[in-house]
Design a protein around this ligand. Structure first.
Ligand SMILES: [Zn+2]
Length: 77
């Protein structure tokens, strides 16, 4: 599919692509450029809990971010 970039550099990303990429309205994304194949990558920013999506009180476990609330829930399993 082709999308036109507006004069401010914005594009519309179809809802189904956001869904498969697990990106929701209001999420932060990382935007980068890969020169090997001239591709712009948009991926979900990693600064949120991988379980609930919380953005505060994150701790890193095996390179995954998990919030304090989810850590407490896991401890009580
Ligand atoms: Zn969480």
């Amino acid at each position: 599919m082709s999308r036109k970039i507006d004069r401010l550099g914005r594009i519309f990303i179809p809802k189904h692509l956001l869904k498969v990429a697990r990106i929701s309205y209001g999420d932060y994304v990382d935007v980068s450029y890969r020169s090997a194949d001239n591709v712009i990558l948009i991926k979900q920013a990693k600064n949120k809990c991988i379980i609930c999506g919380e953005k505060d009180n994150l701790q890193c476990i095996s390179e995954k971010k998990i919030c304090g609330t989810c850590i407490d829930k896991i401890k009580n399993l």
